[in-house]
Write a protein that binds this ligand. Structure first.
Ligand code: NDP
Ligand code: AKG
Length: 476
């Protein structure tokens, strides 16, 4: 059994949860300990106890530790990428890429630890000056989803630690192995006991115990809107600072003047890679009428060439979805799309592979309208819809007609439309001739409307969430 990590100790538990490989249901990755409410309370107390020692280290000492963690992750990216593919179902290449990204995030925030700046201003009063400085918050809770089981824990933990906070991490029960490996790496550094803590188990029990602990100073969450809204209420009631990342229904516009081959590649990557299980997935393809038929026909051809299979088989393009319940949910939404009158032009079914797994074919709907459920709600599977529109203006209006606003893309050769889109698309991230998914780690990540709440994650903006600003007035 893989244990929880609390106050510098590995703690087994009476209960455990199995982690099953979605590509091969006969393969159990391991059993993972379940943290009780008392374990969670102890982890938060340990993080509170460790906070002054960790914050009291020099930025150089914290940077050195983060650099060590980042280096080991990068050096072991092959092995940890394979583990990620095995527990989550991303292809091996995607798994290795994600682990590499997690390592680079730690290395990046090692540098940021040294760049935590303040400012000095003259006061409006004579003989007085004012200092504005940043301080750690204290104890940060991180609740993370299964779809980026290495990178998302990294992009919450690394900035929290860089700026002097201690951390309690609750990863998703469907994919805890990558988070466990990350904490194992942290446990072998010189961090004071209690600086990082791992509490595994279900969201409803372990997650709720963490979020509801009033001794947390801040909570960073990525996952569904329902859970995010619930967490927001708890955090507000306790005055816990929080940020939420809650997904998208990301549009990709394809204009008549787009490079057709490029647009098809962008759509395949954005909508179907990682089995569409990305909050940034291009789930709505909005295509102008002059290119619509050619685009759909080329896209179908490209989908026919994709291999769905075991995530760790190098010939696989699309692995399984994470779990049987998720697969059933996606299939039910596909059925709903059919009932609403959308035309299924590719896929829509389970795929049989050599081993029993949660395989689903890439699925494409045409003749869809933006009012349909398949265009309103996040499906989180390898499913995309096409909507045919007259021109750019209609495309933009359809793209913006969503409760979400995470990422938005356009394929065009027109600088005029690209520039207009950049300014008027209602999303936190804009992609021109690029997939809506797949982001850099050194720039801000996050959305508008119902996609996100609070400070942006990643890049230099992360400091806003993980520090508190202090203003000091100095008289003579
Ligand atoms: N924006 C994104 O990146 C993601 C969006 N989603 C969307 O959400 C849908 C459902 O996915 P799901 O994994 O169930 O997402 P959830 O929001 O349920 O899970 C995200 C994290 O929150 C935890 N959690 C769940 N309930 C609570 C709670 N009451 N208190 C504290 N923590 C909690 C989960 O634990 P546990 O999983 O262990 O129960 C997990 O660690 C997907 O189909 C997709 O549409 C999902 C993942 C990522
Ligand atoms: O597209 C990406 O690179 C990141 C996506 C993401 O963070 C998510 O799906 O939760």
């Amino acid at each position: 059994m893989k244990a929880n990590y609390i106050n510098g100790q590995w703690r087994e538990s009476d209960a455990s949860l199995p982690n099953i490989n979605p590509s091969d249901l006969a393969d159990k990755v391991d059993d993972f300990a379940v943290a009780t409410g008392d374990d969670v309370a102890e982890a938060v107390a340990a993080a509170r106890e460790a906070a002054p020692a960790w914050a009291g280290l020099t930025p150089q000492a914290r940077a050195d530790i983060l650099e060590t963690i980042g280096r080991e992750i990068v050096e072991r990216k092959q092995e940890l990428g394979d583990l990620l593919a095995r527990e989550e179902g991303k292809t091996l290449a995607e798994g290795i890429g994600e682990v590499n990204r997690a390592g680079q995030i730690f290395k990046y925030f090692a540098g940021e630890a040294l760049r935590c700046e303040g400012s000095i201003l003259d006061s409006i009063r004579p003989g007085v000056s004012v200092e504005v400085t940043r301080e750690p918050l204290g104890v940060v809770g991180a609740v993370t989803p299964w779809n980026f089981p290495s990178a998302i824990p990294a992009w919450k933990m690394a900035p929290a630690l860089a700026f002097g906070n201690t951390v309690v991490l609750k990863p998703a029960e469907w994919a805890p192995a990558s988070a466990w490996a990350l904490i194992d790496i942290c446990s072998r550094t010189d961090m004071p006991a209690g600086t990082v803590n791992l509490v595994m188990g279900s969201g409803i029990d372990t997650g709720a115990a963490l979020v509801g602990n009033p001794d947390l100073n801040a909570l960073s969450f990525t996952g569904s809107r329902t859970t995010g809204n619930h967490i927001a209420k708890t955090c507000l009631a306790q005055n816990t600072k929080f940020q939420l990342e809650m997904g998208g229904k990301n549009p990709l516009i394809v204009l008549d003047d787009a490079d057709l081959d490029q647009a098809v590649k962008v759509a395949v990557n954005g909508a179907f890679f990682s089995s569409g299980q990305r909050c940034t997935a291009s789930s709505r393809l909005i295509v102008t009428e002059g290119i619509h038929d050619r685009f759909v026909s080329h896209l179908k051809e490209a989908l026919a060439g994709l291999v769905v299979g075991d995530a760790r088989d190098p010939s696989t393009h699309i692995g399984p979805v994470i779990d049987g319940r998720q697969l059933e949910k996606i299939l039910a939404t596909i059925e709903e799309g059919r009932r609403e009158g959308a035309r299924l032009v590719f896929g829509g079914d389970r795929v049989k592979a050599a081993k029993e797994g949660h395989y689903l074919s890439p699925t494409l709907f045409c003749d869809t309208h933006n009012t349909m459920v398949i265009n309103r709600e996040e499906i989180f599977g390898p499913v995309a819809t096409v909507q045919c529109v007259k021109n750019y203006e209609e495309a933009l209006a359809v793209a913006n007609d969503s409760e979400y606003g995470l990422s938005a893309g356009i394929c065009t050769n027109s600088l005029k439309f690209a520039n207009h889109f950049k300014r008027h698309a209602q999303a936190g991230m804009i992609m021109v001739n690029l997939p809506t998914a797949g982001v850099d780690y050194h720039v801000p990540f996050g959305g508008t409307k119902q996609s996100s709440y609070g400070h942006r994650e990643q890049g230099r903006e992360a400091i806003g969430f993980y520090t508190s600003v202090k203003t000091t007035y100095l008289g003579c």
